[in-house]
Ligand binder design. Structure first.
Ligand code: F6P
Length: 547
């Protein structure tokens, strides 16, 4: 893969950006009565309105050419057919296989039909979920399980947690699902306070089964079970594991029959569709888990087959590159106007930033362009009373994705219409802004003196012309949740492909882990720290003094 700057469309876009610099989106709407319709695309239960972008037909033409020149078609084909597109780890990238249609019966990866393994695992999950809910699976004292605690971190935590939360209206009443991730003992301590060991099952989710936080928390959970009276011999009635490293899981003390497989060809941040999603399946039942997979599959098919001009992940990915690389946008905000999606920005943050936070092209040479932006966000309307001020009047350009269901699961008086109105009015205000003349008029109309008008009006100017996408769906369901997350997975891949980077490794997180082990040894033993920098020496000393 070559540097994107070598594509003729990249150079055309750089020039086109100059032409667009003074163009207002409001002018684009005034010039084109069909804009709202023509800058719209739909797939898998979601409609994307991308008309409030600093883009005209030429912009889209050049962006789509860039997508073509980046080799998107063959990149998509390569991913779906199991090529080793994760080149630094020499692995296929096949989260799409986890949600493949039942009509597909084979997908060979290095000679193995991975769909057989996927389906066997789904059957194993079905059995586990059924046993828990029916009460066939019992704790050591013969009681039905009432609580399941998922222990995992990163991709083995965020996806399952965010989806389980998104699907709250679909939750089964008989079992509560909890999540523990942080190595901070306060996390597990607070969760354990809510639980009775007799009726609790822990699912230890770790692809590698080597992640410090997860192993510590799993050990703490085990120790708690023993302290609460679970006999050693019955520990297996309270633990299950999901891992691609069965050997390590067994060594840890997991009963082999309670271990669900994972595979190297599924990246952690793309793994919620595998047995890593077991906490979701327990929370909402297997039928809803299958619906979630169906939603993701529908988005996969759309991504694979729709022309790029109507392809949601392609359009969103290309527009993101437009702002990151041609408008110097440093961040990208996700603002769901749905309480159940409030944690979604955290999952997409990991998905995108761990995937595209890279500085090398696939061939190892350094990139010549910016790559992944900082992803952040939170639920509307809460954010309106916090960071939206910066979106409207700050000096930085922040492209926003507004995400909203048309119908609510919880009709309370007129709340939903108010919520939706706020979503629409935010994208409107970002685009339209407020001119100096408008601000002055407002002040005069309110009876301000000319001196007050001169002093205050500039502060009330809102520049506008700030871009956003709006993603709408009928209602948040397992299907639309699945397709939404798959949309962002593919958007991430589209951008990584344009930038020419490998979106599927994560070497950057390793250094912190290695140094963490060294510092830990220094905290708990008497080690000569004099060769460390003075700051780290003093911080280590502060910790030791406090113990
Ligand atoms: O933070 C690095 C990382 O490897 C993530 O990519 C991964 O999702 C997380 O740690 C947890 O890894 P594991 O599932 O192997 O415990």
């Amino acid at each position: 893969m070559s540097s994107p700057t070598q594509h003729s469309a990249w150079q055309a876009l750089a020039q086109h950006q100059q032409e667009m610099a003074s163009v207002k989106m409001t002018e684009l709407f005034a010039e084109d009565a069909t804009r709202a319709e023509s800058f719209k695309a739909s797939a898998a239960g979601w409609t994307l309105d991308y008309s409030k972008n600093r883009a005209n037909a030429d912009t889209m033409k050049w962006l789509l050419q860039l997508v073509e020149q980046a080799g998107m078609k063959s990149a998509i084909t390569g991913m779906f057919q199991g090529d080793h597109i994760n080149n630094t780890e020499d692995r296929s990238v096949l989260h799409v296989a986890l949600r493949a249609s039942k009509a597909q019966d084979s997908l060979l990866v290095d000679g193995v039909n991975v769909l057989d393994e996927v389906r066997q695992t789904l059957a194993q999950m079905e059995q586990f979920v059924e046993q828990l809910h029916s009460g066939t699976w019992q704790g050591h004292s013969g009681k039905k399980i009432t609580d399941v605690v998922s222990i995992g971190i990163g991709g083995s935590y965020l996806g399952p947690k965010v989806v389980a939360e998104a699907l709250t209206p679909y939750k089964k009443d008989d079992i509560k699902v909890h999540f523990v991730a942080n190595i901070d003992g306060s996390d597990i301590t607070e969760k354990l306070k809510l639980l009775n060991a007799e009726t609790t099952v822990f699912i230890v989710s770790s692809k590698s089964f080597g992640t410090l936080e997860t192993l510590y928390n799993a050990n703490a959970a085990r120790a708690w079970c023993i302290a609460e009276g679970v006999p050693e011999a019955d520990i297996k009635k309270h633990f299950a594991a999901v891992s691609s490293n069965v050997e390590k899981a067994v060594k840890f003390g997991m009963a082999e029959e309670n271990i669900f497989p994972m595979w190297d060809w599924v990246g952690g941040r793309y793994s919620l569709w595998s047995a890593i999603g077991l906490p979701i399946a327990v929370a909402v039942g297997m039928d809803n888990f299958y619906e979630l997979l169906d939603g993701a599959y529908a988005m996969d098919e759309h991504f694979k087959t729709a022309p790029f001009a109507q392809n949601l992940p392609v359009i969103m990915g290309a527009l993101g590159v437009w702002y990151s690389n041609f408008h110097n946008a440093q961040t990208h905000a996700l603002i769901p106007y749905d309480h159940y999606l409030r944690a979604m920005p955290a999952h997409i943050q990991q998905l995108d930033m761990e995937s595209n936070g890279k500085a090398n092209l696939v061939d190892g040479s350094g990139v010549a362009t910016d790559t992944g932006p900082i992803i952040w966000g939170g639920a509307g309307t809460n954010g309106q009373h916090a960071y939206h001020q910066l979106l409207h009047q700050g000096t930085r350009l922040v492209p926003v994705d507004f995400i909203a269901p048309l119908k609510t699961h919880n009709p309370v008086a007129d709340h939903h219409a108010q919520l939706f109105a706020n979503c629409l009015s935010q994208s409107q205000a970002l685009m339209v802004g407020k001119s100096l003349a408008q601000a002055e008029k407002e002040l005069r109309d309110a009876g301000a003196s000319e001196a007050q008008v001169a002093a205050i009006a500039p502060h009330k100017v809102i520049p506008g012309n700030r871009p956003s996408n709006t993603l709408l769906t009928e209602q948040l369901t397992p299907f639309s949740t699945g397709s939404l997350i798959a949309l962002y997975e593919h958007r991430t891949f589209v951008q990584g492909t344009i930038w020419g980077i490998n979106s599927f490794d994560q070497w950057g997180v390793e250094l912190g882990k290695v140094l963490g082990t060294d510092v830990y040894q220094r905290l708990v033993t008497d080690t000569d720290n004099s060769q460390l920098d003075a700051s780290t020496q003093a911080l280590i000393a502060a910790f030791k003094d406090a113990q």
